[in-house]
Ligand binder design. Structure first.
Ligand code: MTE
Ligand code: MO
Length: 388
């Protein structure tokens, strides 16, 4: 039983499967800007490999000419400059259950809003390690197109060479999460962290990196993580005709709905935050854009999309450098938001949609982006507005 040594998990995680472990972050933890480690969603395709001594774990880099160079995790720490970034990981299946409910059945784990979490990741730059291993990172050989990551259990994926060597791409080889050693479920002792890309590319339990003219040949690169048109069915799919998902599209979700009575505000913590003089609903949630794009706006509707109001973007990530500067494309982490809706304006459903700095928006319904794998489910999130 390869799962017998899997780690213990926090019972507050919402469990979709145990062998392998697939567990999502509960709504109560989606409200903290940095997700507590034990509430960070877990998406494992197989078992958790056992590595006893992290420092002596060996990473092999294979260059394009086939030459190999080895580094232990201790070597990486010693030899290279350490970097930390605050980045959100989102599974391409996040919110798949919403697509299924609104449209038709999809293949895959039926995640709600919690296949997404944020951490402070610390490690060394992939670019620096590739350069040390002998790759010309300023001007890689024209034939080199991809960098493959191979995990200890057999999982693998790849990213385009341009992202891997980009000075502003911030791809890290990570050994620490929120200031603690990387937990076993999240890749101990070493994982790739590819910010702005779908989390499937951030390979855990990293053993080997291969510089190549080809994408990873894994099913997770060549098959599962792709989107096809709404008419395409699984049986008739020619997988090679769609590109692997890399950067993720703009996403947002509502994670808390609090009904607040104006006359009860005196004893409410919300009274200190808002000066509410009428019965209201306070909505909270997250918004996230891929590719380092910034979230520029979050719109909330109290009446299923007829009228809209502006959510306030929270600033929690600012002191963590999480947003980069407005000029660059290095907003690697989500923005949390809050909106106050007067009770009188509420009818039918609340909806949320976010806009990124390329003015990409979320589709209003799921049908136009329905795909049988249920990937990239990012239509407006709608939740019931009736008080319970
Ligand atoms: N890496 C390995 N080695 N094995 C895996 O199963 N799952 C991938 C990615 N890296 C996976 C992996 C997927 S699909 C996701 S969404 C993220 O890891 C989840 O990372 P987390 O479990 O740290 O949240
Ligand atoms: Mo994923």
């Amino acid at each position: 039983d390869p799962f017998r040594n899997d780690p213990q998990r926090d019972p507050a995680l919402i469990q979709h499967s145990t062998r392998p472990c697939n567990s999502e972050t509960p709504e109560s933890a989606l409200g903290s800007y940095i997700t507590p480690i034990d509430k960070f969603y877990v998406r494992n395709h197989l078992w958790v490999p056992e590595v006893r001594d992290g420092d002596s774990h060996r990473l092999t880099i294979e260059l394009f000419d086939g030459e190999e160079k080895d580094y232990t995790v201790a070597d990486l720490r010693k030899k290279f400059h350490e970097h930390s970034i605050t980045a959100t990981l989102q599974c391409s299946g996040n919110r798949r259950s919403h697509m299924t409910q609104a449209s038709r059945p999809t293949n895959g784990l039926q995640w709600g809003t919690g296949a997404i979490s944020t951490a402070i990741w610390t490690g060394v730059r992939l670019r620096d390690v590739l350069a040390d291993a002998g790759l010309d990172v300023q001007d890689p050989d024209e034939e080199i197109k991809h960098v493959k990551f191979i995990g200890a259990e057999a999982y693998g994926a790849s990213i385009p060479i341009d992202k891997a060597v980009d000075r502003h791409g911030d791809v890290l080889l990570v050994y620490s999460m929120n200031g603690q050693p990387l937990p076993r479920d999240h890749g101990f002792p070493l994982r790739a962290l590819v910010p702005g890309h779908v989390a499937a590319r951030s390979v855990k339990w990293l053993n080997k990196i291969v510089v190549s003219d080809e994408e990873s040949s894994s099913q997770w690169q060549r098959r599962d993580y792709k989107c096809f048109g709404p008419n395409v069915r699984a049986a008739q799919t020619d997988w090679d005709t769609a590109p692997a998902i890399q950067e993720t599209p703009v996403q947002s979700a509502i994670t808390a709905v609090r009904h607040v009575k104006a006359d009860k505000l005196q004893d409410s913590a919300l009274a200190r935050v808002y000066s509410l003089d009428e019965d209201s609903v306070v909505l909270e949630g997250y918004a996230f854009a891929g590719g380092g794009r910034h979230i520029v706006r979050v719109d909330v509707s109290p009446d299923n999309g007829l009228t809209w109001l502006q959510a306030q973007l929270q600033e929690d990530g600012a002191n963590l450098g999480a947003y980069g500067s407005p000029e660059d494309r290095r907003a690697w982490a989500w923005r949390q938001w809050r909106a106050v809706v007067p009770a009188t304006q509420i009818s039918r459903k609340f909806c949320v949609k976010a806009t990124d700095d390329s003015y990409n928006v979320q589709p209003d319904t799921f049908e136009p982006t329905y795909n049988f794998r249920g990937n990239l489910a990012n239509a407006w999130h709608r939740v019931c507005s009736v008080s319970d």
